[in-house]
Design a protein around this ligand. Structure first.
Ligand SMILES: Nc1ncnc2c1ncn2[C@@H]1O[C@H](COP(=O)(O)OP(=O)(O)O)[C@@H](O)[C@H]1O
Ligand SMILES: O=P(O)(O)OC[C@H]1O[C@](O)(COP(=O)(O)O)[C@@H](O)[C@@H]1O
Length: 302
């Protein structure tokens, strides 16, 4: 069973324009939507859609927090959130004439005592795996993630920025940087797939049993004791890439929860992310056919 921890959830606002962004004028949108977001929350929605037992925890506050709580309830996602005084952030993705602008807020300031409250919620679920996903709100340091990892007898998976990854000290089952985050975390040349695999391999020594590097349109690399696996991305029509990394990671975790090997897990991850990027925002796609769709993904050893 998986518990996801999102220290800094967000309502994701996705706005679509037919024309390019331009300053000093009113841009009129063709379409807009709100989704419950933040990395652990997206993962919990996707895992639930794939019938994997999962509980979403994290910090919520204000009217945006209420929206996320209600959305997850409607989606049948089990939750155990901790209330905070501030207002959960609202992140905006503007898609304008095929260009993507991601505008993320910092989130409400919180006190360090929230880590104890969250640990209590996590322990109460007795999970096998804990996913800590996303940025940290003002008031928390990377130690808040290390404390979750060291707080119980579970495998911890972490999906956060390269600057935070570099500062973690605990032992982790997996981290999931994207290409830029892998570059930030390691300082290595990540311009080629092989360069990414080398950087991921070297980064394992910093306390990560496996590294899953997502490479956007170039696919993904999974490096661990079973070797270096590379999956090409599928050739698909992308609407936007918000939630792509969360989807890749959810597919991998879902497959591992079902007892699959790393190769099948990577195929599943790429298949789930392909479904998500073909839809606007972080809305949950139909994943009932994912075990068939994953056969379209080719994995090879590097
Ligand atoms: N342009 C694209 N075409 C096809 N698949 C994509 C594209 N962008 C992302 N993906 C899929 O989503 C996964 C995660 O994408 P990425 O952009 O690296 O994640 P993140 O959201 O963490 O930055 C990729 O490994 C790939 O499978
Ligand atoms: O916590 P961060 O790094 O600001 O990211 C939060 C944003 O990332 C998302 O979780 C999407 O993440 P990915 O595109 O990396 O999968 C959004 O739902 C959310 O608004």
């Amino acid at each position: 069973m998986i518990v996801t921890v999102t220290y800094n959830p967000a309502v994701d606002q996705t706005i679509q324009f037919d024309e390019q962004m331009a300053p000093d004028r009113v841009m009129r949108a063709e379409d807009a939507q709100f989704d419950a977001g933040g990395k652990g929350i997206n993962a919990a929605q996707l895992l639930t859609a794939m019938d994997r037992p999962c509980v979403a925890t994290g910090l919520l506050g204000g009217f945006t927090g209420t929206f996320i709580r209600e959305t997850l309830q409607d989606d049948g996602v089990e939750t155990a959130f901790v209330d905070v005084d501030g207002t959960t952030r609202l992140n905006t993705t503007a898609i304008a004439a095929a260009e993507e602008y991601k505008l993320n807020q910092a989130g409400p300031t919180v006190g360090e005592s929230v880590v104890d409250s969250l640990l209590e919620q996590v322990r109460a679920q007795s999970p096998d795996r804990v996913l800590v996903g996303g940025s940290l709100p003002p008031g928390l340091s990377p130690d808040a993630i290390d404390r979750i990892a060291a707080g119980g007898d579970w495998e911890t998976i972490v999906d956060t920025g390269g600057d935070i990854l570099r500062e973690l000290d605990a032992q982790y089952g997996l981290c999931k940087p994207n290409r830029a985050e892998l570059g930030d975390a390691t300082g290595a040349d990540v311009s080629t797939v092989e360069g990414c695999a080398d950087a991921a391999e070297a980064f394992r020594e910093r306390g990560f049993d496996r590294v899953l590097a997502s490479l956007g349109a170039d696919g993904a690399v999974l490096v661990g004791d079973a070797g270096r696996l590379y999956a090409e991305a599928l050739d698909i029509d992308v609407v936007d890439t918000v939630g792509a990394g969360d989807a890749l990671l959810s597919g991998v975790l879902s497959a591992w929860e079902a007892g699959a090997d790393d190769e099948t897990a990577l195929q599943t991850g790429v298949a789930v992310s392909s479904q998500v990027v073909q839809r606007a925002g972080t809305a949950v796609p139909d994943l009932s056919d994912i075990e068939t769709l994953r056969d379209n993904v080719t994995v090879r050893r590097l």
